[in-house]
Structures are given as structure tokens and as C-alpha cells.
Design a protein around this ligand. Structure first.
Ligand SMILES: Cc1ncc(COP(=O)(O)O)c(C=O)c1O
Length: 383
């Protein structure tokens, strides 16, 4: 049985909505993007949602509206995708990379406290696999030190922290709609916030810095006249992506339930396997289950993580690793002098992590096959 790592969940609902857009005569950013923003904001329960062509673009413009400057520092976890750090370098500012907690893989609170300097302007907590970070503690640190909190919620649709939905907590929250994400449109992103001025500025900056509603200039009733207000970016999404987003948003809770079911079944299956450490979800929060990451108990196995992945592949199951910590990449090592010794928890996690397939279209047989194969390999290679 061939089990890919991910398959987007595309049904006739998505196809019909895209065909409707194609037939409408308006395929770039337009009325469906505006509707997608409105429906997303309503779902999250926040005043503003601004759509982008990627989650990275959302993060970039979040840092732009807080006026990040070259001398500033921004604290980020090492266990993340490079996008979290890369956007800081767009300003010639400094990403300050810190360690994470071994249970949730989320940014460590003591590590944030230790990394704060007079130059710190913001912190970007990354809700790993969809599980919210310790937001009360992070908000408190931010208040005490006058920092902005920009949440990297690329994995967290939907997720809850003490019954508050992710997207309503920090200063700006950035979602990704990349193909493997809980809401997938191919490439896309969204920023949510309460600040009206920031939302207006992001809408201008995402389309070359030209006046508000510039997308309408070729529409019936729109005006050819526009003004460039500042240097912006080509970060707008299109109505084709928005069509996919609208169709998926309608079933986002159902898609979540499907991932919850799979996670529950994996955890049950692995509960009595001493060679495995299953994901920990803290009792006061709910994860989106974008990823299901097992950790190998290497002390109880005669096989390492890479070979385990190879064995899974021999059985036609594709897995992945989230993430190669930033401090291990040549760029971050060379430019910021990162040393693995400063990230013992992330190193420990990285050595033993494997992300298993988890997506709504998985059949029961596929879930069972993945679980049975993992358990079989644990038995075969037990020490
Ligand atoms: C943690 C994290 N942050 C940011 C991003 C960037 O999102 P996008 O690919 O939509 O630019 C990703 C995407 O993989 C991610 O996993």
C-alpha cells in the first residue's frame, strides 16, 4: 500500500468554486478575495483578515507594519521553517534564535527571557504542528518589555489557547495556505489583527503600495486613476486561490475532526510501544493537528531516525521531518554563529522526530497500515 506524506483534500466543492471563478471573467484578486477575507475574519472572530500569496508575505508585512528597523532583534524558535527567520533579514534586522521545549517543540519561555536585550522589538512564537505556544507567558513578557507578538500560525487552523482561537491573541497572526496546510489553496496566506491602521497599510503594501482598492481599477465602475503611496510588494493573492479558500473554509471544522480522529488512532496504537514518544498536547489548548510527530526512543532501538525513515519508505510510506532546526542550516550557522550546543532540546527533538502522514483523505486502511508498520519496525529493531 502506497501512502504519500500528504494529499490535498479537493472535492467537487473546490472544483466548482474555481470553475465559477474562471467563468466569471475575473481571475486575479477581486470580489472572491474580499469575501474570503471577510469570511475568514468572521470564522476567527477578529476584525481584520488580509489575504496574501503566501504565509511568508503575511509575516513580512506584519514586521513592516510594526516598523522593524535594521538595528532591531526579533526572537524566534530554532524548530521552525526558514520563513520565520528569513523575513527578519529582509529588514537587515537580526533573528535571535532560541531553544524550544522538549514536550511541545514550542519556543521555550526561559529561553525568550534570556534572549531579551534593549534591541529586542518582537517575538515570533511558532505554534508547532498547530499547538499554541504558552501565550499568557509570552504576552506577559511582551508587555513587560514593550515587544510586539507576531504569531506564526502557519500550522494552526484551527487551534485554541484557553478557549481563545489562534488568530485573536497576538498583535498579528500569520496563517499559511500552502498545499500541505490545514486549509490548502496551493500557495497563500492570511494575516489577522485588531489594528485597523495596520490592516489598511497591509492592503496597500501587498499591491505595490498603490492606493486602497487598486485591484478595482480594471473593474466595471472602477477608476483608472491610482496613486503610489509608498514602495510596496507584489504579494496579492488571486480569486482562484480565494475560491479554493472559500470552499475549504466551509468545511474547516470537519477537516479538523478528520485529523483529530487520525491523531487519536495513532496515539492509541502507540500508547504501549516503549520505543515511541507520542505528541504531548497541553490540557489548556487544542492543536490543529497539522502534523503528527512521533519521537523515537533511541535508547530502546537499534536503528536511528534516518534508517527508520528509509525502512518506512521501503514499505511505501512517505514521512518527513519537521524541522531541521534553523541553527543547523549553513546560512544561520555562518551568519549568526549558531552552535548546536546552545540548542540541546531542539537537537534532542531533531535526532528522533518523524512526521507521519495525517490528512483528511486518509482511509482507515491507510491509517492502520502506517500505525502497524511503525509498530512492526519498533519490534523488529528493539534493543
Ligand atoms: C512554521 C512555518 N512558518 C511559515 C511558513 C511559510 O508559509 P508559506 O509557505 O505559505 O510562505 C511555513 C510553511 O511551510 C511554516 O511551516
Amino acid at each position: 500500500m502506497d501512502v504519500p506524506f500528504h494529499k490535498p483534500y479537493i472535492t467537487d466543492d473546490e472544483i466548482n468554486e474555481v470553475v465559477d471563478t474562471l467563468r466569471s471573467g475575473w481571475i486575479t484578486m477581486g470580489p472572491k478575495t474580499i469575501r474570503f477575507e471577510q469570511e475568514f475574519a468572521q470564522y476567527i472572530g477578529t476584525p481584520h483578515a488580509v489575504a496574501f500569496n503566501s504565509g511568508t508575505a503575511a509575516l513580512h508585512l506584519a514586521l513592516k507594519v510594526i516598523d522593524l528597523q535594521p538595528e532591531d532583534e526579533v526572537i524566534i524558535p530554532t524548530t521552525t521553517f526558514t520563513a520565520t527567520g528569513e523575513v527578519i533579514t529582509y529588514f537587515n534586522a537580526t533573528p535571535v534564535i532560541v531553544d524550544v521545549d522538549t514536550d511541545t517543540h514550542n519556543i521555550s519561555i526561559p529561553a525568550i527571557e534570556k534572549a531579551i536585550t534593549p534591541k529586542t522589538k518582537a517575538v515570533i512564537p511558532v505554534h508547532f504542528a498547530g499547538q499554541p505556544c504558552d501565550m499568557d507567558e509570552i504576552q506577559k513578557i511582551a508587555e513587560n518589555h514593550n515587544l510586539y507578538v507576531i504569531e506564526d500560525a502557519a500550522h494552526s487552523l484551527p487551534a485554541y489557547y484557553k478557549e481563545r482561537r489562534v488568530g485573536t491573541i497576538g498583535n498579528v497572526t500569520c496563517f499559511s495556505f500552502y498545499s500541505t496546510k490545514p486549509l490548502a489553496v496551493g500557495e497563500g496566506g492570511m494575516a489577522t489583527m485588531r489594528n485597523t491602521e495596520w490592516a489598511d497599510r497591509m492592503r496597500i503594501l501587498r499591491l505595490h503600495g498603490i492606493s486602497k482598492d487598486a485591484w478595482k481599477r480594471y473593474a466595471k465602475g472602477g477608476s483608472w486613476y491610482y496613486e503610489v503611496l509608498e514602495v510596496g510588494f507584489k504579494y496579492n493573492t488571486t480569486d482562484l486561490q480565494a475560491a479554493l479558500g472559500l470552499a475549504q473554509l466551509k468545511k474547516v471544522e470537519w477537516l479538523w475532526q478528520k485529523r483529530q480522529d487520525i491523531a487519536r488512532r495513532y496515539t492509541e496504537a502507540f500508547s504501549s510501544v516503549p520505543q515511541l514518544i507520542t505528541p504531548v498536547v497541553k490540557p489548556d489548548r487544542e492543536t490543529a493537528w497539522h502534523l503528527y510527530v512521533i519521537k523515537l526512543n533511541l535508547e530502546a532501538l537499534s536503528i536511528d531516525r534516518n534508517s527508520f525513515i528509509e525502512k518506512m519508505r521501503e514499505r511505501e510510506i512517505e514521512t518527513s521531518v519537521h524541522f531541521i532546526p534553523l541553527h543547523r542550516h549553513p546560512y544561520y550557522r555562518n551568519i549568526y554563529g549558531c552552535n548546536p550546543k546552545d540548542f540541546p532540546n531542539a537537537e534532542w527533538i531533531y535526532e528522533r522526530s518523524i512526521s507521519l502522514p495525517i490528512y483528511p483523505g486518509m482511509t482507515d486502511a491507510e491509517v492502520n497500515y502506517v500505525a502497524e508498520t511503525v509498530i512492526d519496525l519498533c519490534n523488529t529493531f528493539k534493543r
